[in-house]
Design a protein around this ligand. Structure first.
Ligand code: GLN
Length: 464
């Protein structure tokens, strides 16, 4: 029999028993070494619904009524939202128990939760390494079996990269399928909420629950997708492409080798894999790091020391505003606000922001062309495996790591990270991207692969 820490949503649905208490006890024991949670919802009660008693964690940039939502920022350290995000409302209506809020890089800006104002989450595979980011807490909570599943947010890879680093499944849906209402905005044209799970079936189940048109988010689309439709289908005969550029500078040798193994594996499964050219990929990091900060400088202006969170009173309103931000925002958030403010300023708008928008359209166009010709595009999720906590000092080194995940955000297309083997005992994730609204097919091919390569969990527990 499986222990609690291995259970999936599907397992528990068949059991019809509450695991809420067991989850809280597991968090109490396990999270001492992982640090996945900022807030544990000790008073959580079982709710009615099909998924009653199934423990889930929510990234701490998604608002929960009456439960602290900090964005891992000092500024919102004591912020208790008066409402639920749409996804949270839906999760509760389905019956899930929200047992806690997970760590992230401050306001989701980062790649290893090292920019959390509170602490760094540790990788369950190696406690000296990061769990990835920004949804590192969610991925580590799932991989360490503290919760059955979790929600994260993905602006430039923040669901997929931590899922890859922790060896679990992370899915970023097509932009517009999941409401962003109640997700604290980072870069609104890129942000999307999605699931982190132990199986593709669980990811599809969560997508059924959290997706859908929402009058509170004008970018949501009214489209009914059956996310489970292709879960048991064969994808033999599918056409897959990979950009030749991924073997360029920056990719770890072990990851490159593992990717070649992945291609071979797909071929044994009857999938046709073709090498293609995607030269634009090299501009994706620069494009993203202009567009995202520009949106940050606008979105974060609401944290002005008047409306939300902490306020540092000093002189007049302007001084109070500046002091509140200086005292309470971390260096990476400030860096992005400054870059964004600079690139949007009248003198530089054409040179940076407008140019980045043009390149974004070019990258999107090329991705669309490729996906017209092929069913899916594949890359490693990250060019490297989980790095040591404190190892990276230069922000540019972090930024460059997002090279494979950013294009899907720029183009708004669905992308999943699935585990595929190990390099030096650390999990490696592979990314599969699909056409806009082909989310069910992306989950489908991932599930086809999963039949041979399931998620492996890092803990070895005595079987009960
Ligand atoms: N690592 C990227 C960044 O720092 C992506 C973050 C995200 O997807 N939230 O912006």
């Amino acid at each position: 029999m499986k222990s609690y820490r291995e259970l999936t949503i599907e397992d528990i649905l068949n059991e019809k028993k509450s695991y809420t208490k067991l989850s809280l006890e597991t968090i109490e024991q396990v999270d001492k070494s992982i640090n996945a949670f900022i807030t544990v919802n000790k008073d959580v009660e079982d709710l009615p619904g099909k998924f009653s008693g199934i423990p889930i964690a929510i990234k701490d940039n998604i608002v929960t009524k009456g439960l602290k939502t900090t964005c891992a920022s000092k500024l919102l350290e004591n912020y208790v939202p008066p409402y639920d995000a749409t996804v949270v409302k839906k999760i509760k209506e389905a019956g899930f128990s929200i047992v806690g809020k997970t760590n992230l890089d401050e306001f989701a800006m980062g790649t290893g939760t090292e920019y959390s104002a509170f602490f760094t989450t540790k990788n369950p595979w190696d406690l000296t390494r990061v769990a990835g980011g920004s949804s590192g807490g969610s991925a580590a909570a799932v991989a360490s079996g503290q919760v059955v599943a979790a929600l994260g947010s993905d602006t430039g890879g923040s669901i997929r990269q931590p899922a890859a680093f922790c060896g679990v499944i992370g899915f970023k849906p097509t932009y517009g399928l999941v409401s962003r209402y109640g997700l604290v905005a980072f870069a609104s044209s890129l942000d999307q909420i999605g699931p982190i799970t132990k199986t593709t079936k669980d990811a599809a189940t969560l997508m059924e629950i959290i997706s859908g048109y929402d009058p509170f988010d004008a970018t949501t689309v009214d489209k009914k997708i059956d996310f489970s439709k292709y879960l048991d289908e064969s994808f033999s005969g599918a056409k897959v492409a990979f950009p030749k550029e991924i073997f360029g500078e920056g990719i770890e040798e072990g990851v490159a080798k593992q990717f070649e193994e992945f291609i071979k594996f797909l071929e044994t499964k009857g999938i046709k894999v073709t090498k293609v050219e995607f030269p634009e990929i090299k501009y994706s990091v620069a494009t993203y790091y202009i567009i995202a900060p520009a949106e940050v400088s606008s979105n974060l202006s609401r944290f002005d020391g008047i409306r939300y969170g902490k306020r540092v009173e000093k002189g007049g309103l302007l001084e109070t505003y500046l002091e509140t931000r200086k005292e309470n925002l971390g260096k990476e958030v400030i860096r992005r606000i400054m870059i964004g403010t600079f690139t949007l300023s009248a003198a530089y708008y054409d040179a940076y922001f407008e140019k980045a928008q043009k390149v974004r359209r070019k990258i999107t166009k090329r991705l669309e062309e490729l996906l017209d010709e092929y069913d899916f595009l594949i890359t490693p999720t990250s060019p490297i495996t989980a790095f040591k906590i404190g190892e990276i000092k230069d922000p540019l080194v972090y930024y460059l790591m997002d090279i494979f995940t950013i294009p899907a955000n720029l183009a708004g297309i669905p992308a999943i990270s699935i585990p595929f083997g190990f390099v030096n005992n650390l999990p490696v994730g592979m990314q599969i991207m699909g056409k806009r609204f082909d989310d069910a097919k992306v989950l489908g091919i991932a599930s086809y692969i999963e039949k041979d390569v399931p998620v492996v969990l890092p803990f070895k527990e005595e079987k009960k």
